[in-house]
Design a protein around this ligand. Sequence first.
Ligand code: GLU
Ligand code: MG
Length: 436
Amino acid sequence: MTTIVTTDLIGVTRGRSFPTDELESYQQAGVGWVPANSALTPQDRVAENNPWGSCGDLRLIPDMNTRVQVPNGPDANAPGLDFIHADICETDGQPWAACPRTMLRNEIQRYRDELGLEVTAAFEHEFNLGYKAPDNAHHAFSLSAQHHAASFGGWLLSALKAAGVEPEMFLPEYGKAQYEVTCRPTQGVAAADRAVNVREITREIARQMGLDISFSPKLEADGVSNGVHLHISLQDPAGNAVMYDAQSSNGLSEKGRQWAAGVLKFLPALCAFSAPTPISYLRLKPHHWSASYANLGQRNREASLRICPTITIGGKSPARQYNLEFRPLDATASPHLSMAAVLIAGRLGLQQKLTLDSSSDEDPESMSDEQRQARHILALPDTLEDALASLRNNPQLLDQLPPLLMDAYFALKAEELKSTEKLTPAELCDLYARLY
Ligand code: GLU
Ligand code: MG
């Protein structure tokens, strides 16, 4: 069985399957799709005020270079994974105006055409594994936590390798039964596809081993959070690092500063895409090692944008390693949509030659409101409602976003808010642990 998939506006991968030996007949015109599927909430309810209702037809056209095949896993009787990422198109093959993968591709193309830049990115994922088991309490980062999950980790790394995902690390994290998996950076749309591949392959290995798993940002209201961290760097056409300047005190070049200034300026509105569910805001709190202010920090894991370390041991060159890590992101977000939104904000920073004035390695939480204001450090939204309001009130950013996609997005987020408004933090944790 082979499946042609799209990962939608809420980061859920959906699609249609057929016998693998018939793949050739689906390559050109893809499989059928329904517009209102893009207005599904995480609770699988079609948002009431979506732009399509019960009308319309689309095609999922496979991007054949993105096929993921993992023939074997820990369960010898389980079918192999075989799926191909698709763009959502009209029935005549024209791109569909609400396809998040097309939106990301268009943005990557704008970097090329308008800025002469290539985008390289990698997503890191944290998740909880086997967290329902009462005996699953090992010290953070311990060899015992590693060995407890050694069989899972081994299968995961080999499955990721087989799928061409280039895994880097599998490691235990700070939280109870919390693990992380990272993979190598890649260029353009493939980076977001790769994030989907990591999520789906990780879930599949857990399924085959009968282990419970969740990528939800918070499993317990006062527990350790699961983040997704997006590492981005920019290159000129010859492959030279554009964000890096060896002469600058923190390594950030002038272009790097402009890009970061754009992301920080639009960050409260960007949270509507990167921290897109009510539960995301249980994570975006001060001193959670996530992010709570729109600040840049060097090697600081509580900054929204972190300048990552470069390793110079053995004469390694810092330029190729230098990247910025975007941290107010979690796995309830669509990798394609959130990466596109971050890139748009960074592009506006470059095109408007914005000045970076909120660079500070001090802790914004320990500053007074006046001090934060003087340093132009914005607070991140406290709730999804606030994030959506920031986005609605940001014509500059809205102007860059596909209107049809935004109509669906606002409709489905309104529906999601309505259906969760009465839930306590503990009930939100239970619900989203099951949904993601
Ligand atoms: N768990 C943290 C988060 O929610 C990240 C910890 C780390 O830096 O690895 O983002
Ligand atoms: Mg981590």
